[in-house]
Design a protein around this ligand. Structure first.
Ligand code: B3K
Ligand code: ZN
Length: 876
């Protein structure tokens, strides 16, 4: 297995100036002509050969300056092209011809054709599946792309940049030529051809330029692209206002395709999207779908500056574009929606996905130092933790400092392929801050644990806050150093108001942000007239775990009065999580489960608090999931005990607050016409959270069944169906709703994904058989990544009792699926496999069975590099 190391980075021996590509599209045979204008890099070894990457290619022609190259001048195989004796200086032109089969390309990487549409995915290393090239991000070139195809089946021919020529050819074919004036790396190349429908709009940029905006979708779906277009325009405006970034081409296009490995791709001027992140209307999309569409459309657009205009020197720098762009996306969502609600959702996501990654066998730094397969590093660590690291820079420097640093970054590095060091240097130079210590966040894996101790001296009116930090060992990094951690701290007085210290000593701080830089530090707050309740990590200012043995009284004060809503939610959530963990321990020990009245009271009071926005109240009511509880327990996990415990606790809380929940659940009926805005979505979220609790209290499916029938939008419909399927599995009401849903949306694959997921996550061992039989449903298609994720992915990653059946049958089923799927689509399969990464946390019997299944996979010697890398690291 080849391992790539950061320390081996060196620039290429040759520089590429321009690339002229000619695609003659055929379903099973497409020819690609590539004419590359290039020269040896000044100072490079004059005898060095040119070595281009390939992946499964067949060379069908090779010429230098128009003359066929003699066989002794080059070697080629499927994965490499080597040319010797190239000119020492001066430009030359290389012409390379390859033949590829887009229809047989089930990896969905490179150029592929599904549903009659040709499209590409080149990041990270897909371009080498199209033609031999320097397929690496630091080689920037200007591309001209000519596409020739049958006019009937492919009326639409798209690539990056501006359309410069169109022509009708003989035999019913036509051609289009696109030119992208901005030098770009090969991973941003894109091509789309086929028959699609389109919606169009315009945007006037801040300097007054007119930009044409187009979104292409399957015929019949144009009516569902409006929200994506609206999101795009808002994102363009926001990036101008917030960061001074203006769009640079005359046209911006988005194409939605139904077979796509990930969410979306930021190709220059021609974003390609998974259609589930474009298509939305009230009948088929939930509020969460709308929010996701808005966020991802913005994310890909924001890449135009952070990623495209300034790109990565090598793939180790991936977080340079991804972490920063996620941060920009998060800020956009916060400005467009409710800032605290958006932040709580980010915290939940980070804890549910990144923390376990950081604490498991696949842990790696935000900037890794080695990889076997780069595809496996598009992780929550690179993305979400990377975003948190940029957020911490903003917290340490303040918004103006952050903006100044970023302005310098754009000015200095526009057109460049740069490193994370280059990024940090801009903040240092623009603000005078030293980020040397802070930079460790990029290099050290693992989630720091912060310990908090406090002592209040009434006489001195002084609070001493002792903060400690410890980062657990991760694979390949046993010894950890202390990090530079910004912790936002609030002191809440007896009347619920914030207390201001007259002075703070013991370490650097910026307003209420304490800078923890050592293993342990004591901060002293002066002028504190009464003992405060201490709120640590307000707004989740650092991606850490906090261990604080705080009095119950203080926690209840925070849960009821904290003005920082993120910390308030966190405390409510932590109280609930503790109760659930205790209940699971009781179940395991065969003891009765008791729920203390304090917790129910906090939840009911939060639900009823009209001063809080509904979306926030909904978040508080959505109690920690079975997965959350399992993660908190961390070792010797018994999913069945957790399930029973959670059900019992929810029932008790639901009964206490039954009246409230019934009232809130019926509030739904009074809503007027559907609008996807955040406030309306929040009201639906509250009503649906209340519905789940009301149904639990009443212990009958009647209410949810009525809600299902009354629902006039997908959010309410799905919420009711999930209550029926999950809380009343097997009831007539549940089965009726499920079969009604299946019938009603028979022609809507994206909606049926919700149905597959709902069924795949029904708790209990019997779900395995249901999942296995659903693979035979006519709507299921194992070649479509969305279907696979909806059924198999949801089952493996979100059904703890079903997937972890004590007899291990689900592990075997999953392993069989993985082995078949790996041959078809390695990217998707390796990603799917990570669902089992925390198997070591299970109780011994399940752990052993899970290991056996993973070992069975690892025992095959023909695994893809992607899957091999994941299972090897999981078993290490
Ligand atoms: N940059 C792409 C992800 C590419 C994944 C390649 N395996 C989408 C994004 O992060 O915006
Ligand atoms: Zn991205």
């Amino acid at each position: 297995n080849r391992t790539v190391y950061l320390k081996d980075y060196r620039p290429t021996d040759f520089i590429i100036e321009t690339v002229d590509l000619v695609f003659d599209l055929g379903e099973t045979m497409t020819t690609v002509g590539s004419q590359i204008r290039m020269r040896r890099r000044p100072g490079a070894d004059p005898s060095a050969p040119l070595i281009f990457d390939g992946d499964g290619l067949a060379l069908s022609g090779l010429a230098l300056d128009g003359k066929p190259l003699l066989p002794e001048r080059y070697d080629s195989n499927a994965n490499r092209l080597t040319i010797r004796d190239l000119p020492e200086d001066g430009a030359f032109t290389l012409t390379i011809k390859t033949r590829i089969n887009p229809t047989a390309n089930s990896q969905l990487l490179g150029l592929y054709r599904t549903n009659g549409i040709y499209s590409t995915q080149c990041e990270a290393e897909g371009f080498r599946r199209i033609t031999y090239f320097y397929d690496r991000p630091d080689v920037l070139a200007v591309y001209t792309v000519t596409i020739i195809a049958d006019e009937k089946t492919c009326p639409l021919l798209l690539s990056n940049g501006n359309l410069v020529e169109e022509q009708r050819l003989d035999d019913g074919r036509h051609m289009a030529r696109w030119h992208d004036p901005f030098p770009k790396p090969s991973y941003l190349f894109a091509l789309v051809a086929g028959d699609l429908s389109m919606i169009e709009d315009r945007f006037k940029t801040m300097s007054g330029r007119d930009v044409t905006l187009r979104i292409y979708v399957e015929h019949g779906k144009a009516g569902r692209a409006g929200y994506a277009m609206d999101s795009l325009k808002r994102a363009m405006k926001w990036d101008e206002e917030r960061f001074g970034r203006e769009y640079d081409l005359d046209i911006f296009m988005i194409v939605a395709v139904s077979d796509f490995n990930m969410g979306a791709m930021e190709n220059k001027g021609l974003n390609i999207f998974n259609d589930r992140l474009i298509l939305a209307d009230p009948e088929t999309a939930t509020d969460d779908d709308y929010a996701r569409i808005e966020a991802v459309v913005a994310h890909e657009y924001f890449h135009n500056w952070t990623g495209n205009r300034i790109t990565c020197r090598d793939w180790f720098q991936l977080s340079l574009k991804e972490g920063l762009t996620v941060y920009r996306e998060h800020e956009f969502s916060a400005d467009e929606r409710s800032r605290p609600v958006v932040r709580v959702e980010e915290v939940k996501f980070l804890r549910a996905h990144q923390f376990p990654e950081d604490g498991g066998p696949l842990a790696h730094p935000v900037r890794p130092t080695e990889y076997v397969e780069i595809d496996n590093f598009y992780t929550t660590t690179v993305y979400e933790k990377g975003s948190e690291v940029s957020r911490m820079i903003a917290t340490l420097l303040g918004p103006e400092g952050f903006r100044k640093g970023l302005d310098l970054f754009f000015e200095r590095h526009d057109g460049g392929a740069v490193t994370i060091e280059d990024y940090l240097t801009c903040f240092e130079e623009a603000t005078g801050h030293d980020l040397t210590h802070f930079a460790l966040w990029y290099h050290q894996a693992g989630t720091p644990v912060i310990s908090v101790d406090s002592a209040y001296d009434e006489e001195k009116a002084e609070l001493r806050l002792t903060l400690g930090q410890k980062t657990p060992a991760t694979p390949g990094q046993r010894i950890k150093k202390p990090l530079h951690i910004p912790l936002r701290v609030g002191l809440i007085g007896p009347n619920g108001d914030d207390m201001e210290a007259s002075a703070i000593s013991g370490g650097a701080h910026r307003k209420d942000v304490l800078e923890l830089t050592q293993d342990e530090q004591t901060f002293v707050f002066e002028g504190i007239g009464a003992r405060p309740a201490i709120s640590v990590n307000r707004d989740f200012s650092a991606p850490v775990r906090v261990r604080f043995d705080q009095s119950r009284e203080d926690r209840l004060r925070i849960a009821g009065a904290e003005t920082d809503l993120v910390a308030r939610w966190d405390t409510v959530n932590a109280l609930a999580l503790e109760a659930l963990v205790r209940a699971a321990e009781n179940v395991k020990a065969g003891q009765p489960v008791t729920v203390d009245a304090g917790l129910s009271a906090v939840l009911v009071a939060t639900a009823e608090d009209e001063t809080l926005e509904p979306a926030f109240r909904a978040l508080a009511l959505a109690l920690p999931s079975e997965l959350d509880i399992g993660r908190e327990i961390g070792a010797n996990v018994d999913p069945d005990a957790i399930h029973t415990a959670r059900k019992t606790v929810i029932r008790a809380i639901a009964e206490t607050g039954c009246e409230t929940f019934v009232r809130l659940a019926t509030g739904m009926d009074t809503l007027s016409a559907f609008s996807p805005d955040a406030a309306s979505a929040g009201r639906r979220a509250l009503a649906n959270a209340a519905l789940a609790l009301a149904a639990a209290a009443e212990n009958t499916p009647a209410r949810a069944s009525r809600a299902y029938q009354a629902a006039d939008n997908m959010t309410d419909m799905l919420a009711a169906m999930r209550v029926l399927a999950h809380q009343f599995a097997g009831s007539d009401e549940a089965e009726d709703a499920l079969s009604d849903f299946r019938r009603r949306f028979a022609g809507e694959p994206l909606v049926l994904d919700k149905w597959f997921s709902t069924l795949a996550t029904v708790p209990g061992g019997q779900t395995l058989e249901r999942v296995a039989s659903l693979m035979g449903d006519t709507a299921f298609d194992e070649t479509n990544p969305n279907r696979v994720r909806a059924l198999i992915g949801a089952f493996a990653s979100s059904n703890p009792t079903g997937f972890n059946r004590p007899d291990g049958a689900a592990y075997d089923f999953f392993a069989d699926f993985i082995l078949t799927s790996d041959r078809r689509n390695a990217t998707l399969t390796a990603r799917l496999m990570t669902a089992m990464r925390s198997f070591e946390a299970l109780e011994p019997q399940r752990r052993a069975l899970a290991r056996k299944a993973i070992e069975r996979i690892a025992g095959h010697d023909d695994l893809s590099r992607n899957l091999r890398d994941i299972v090897d690291r999981m078993l290490k």
